[in-house]
Design a protein. Structure first.
Length: 221
């Protein structure tokens, strides 16, 4: 099974992706995670994309196409994948269709998660990530107080850089989030409509508890 999950930042794509993956033997391909890993490794790719990501803009289509073409050709993804964060522009959507046609495979479902902008800003203002285990959590769910230790892996410091383990992503600041929402509306939604011409697309209400959203997703899969 090949799935694509799309939606504005903070709508719950990451959470829902993990729940979908738990049930199915699919490989998670998150372009945001791949780029963040490149930044942390200090690679040339990482250096190129760091400023773009922090500003909330999109990394160039050419670079992203190269990255996804390479990832989709690797052995571990041949039995099915969940694509998270790609495509993000009409050019990427057209490129993806071309790659998949070339391999001779399709997409079983495109899930487009939606939620109002103000709800998204409220959620992202409280989102924190652990540098040690990469787990994402929300201060709203943790009673509003940032813990010293990561509740998932127990780390208080990033093992590599002796910074606090828990941090807010630079691109989760309110102003940047508003910009990312605008980018989603202008560039990523049109990408979804391009895919809809070829594959089944389902719009999913992303409001409510994660379990409720999962049920909505499961009912269309
Ligand atoms: P995400 O974790 O999916 O929200 O991605 C974080 C950031 O990585 C985005 O705001 C972009 O700067 C960059 N990024 C991730 N995926 C893509 C993509 N498909 N095209 C362009 N930029 C991307």
């Amino acid at each position: 099974m090949n799935l694509v999950i799309m939606g504005p930042p903070g709508v719950g794509k990451g959470t829902q992706s993990h729940l979908i993956l738990e049930k199915r033997k699919l490989i998670h391909i998150s372009t945001g995670d791949i780029l963040r890993m490149a930044i942390r490794s200090g690679s040339d790719l990482g250096k190129k994309v760091q400023a773009v990501m922090n500003s909330g803009d999109l990394v160039s289509d050419d670079l992203m196409m190269e990255l996804i073409k390479d990832r989709l050709s690797q052995d571990d993804v041949q039995n099915g994948w969940l694509l998270d964060g790609f495509p993000r522009t009409p050019k990427q959507a057209e490129g993806l269709v071309e790659i998949l046609d070339g391999i001779g495979i399709g997409i079983d479902a495109i899930l487009v998660l939606r939620a109002p902008a103000e709800e998204i800003i409220r959620r992202l203002a409280g989102r924190i990530t652990c540098r040690a285990c990469n787990e994402v959590m929300n201060l709203i769910g943790l009673g509003g107080v940032s813990p010293v230790f990561c509740p998932f892996c127990g780390e208080s410091k990033d093992p590599k850089r002796s910074k606090p383990a828990l941090y807010q992503r630079a691109d989760d600041k309110e102003e940047t989030v508003r910009h990312r929402l605008e980018v989603f509306r202008k560039k990523t939604l049109p990408a979804a409509w391009i895919l809809e011409d070829r594959y089944p697309l389902h719009e999913i209400d992303g409001n409510g508890r994660p379990g409720e959203v999962t049920q909505r997703i499961e009912s269309v899969l």
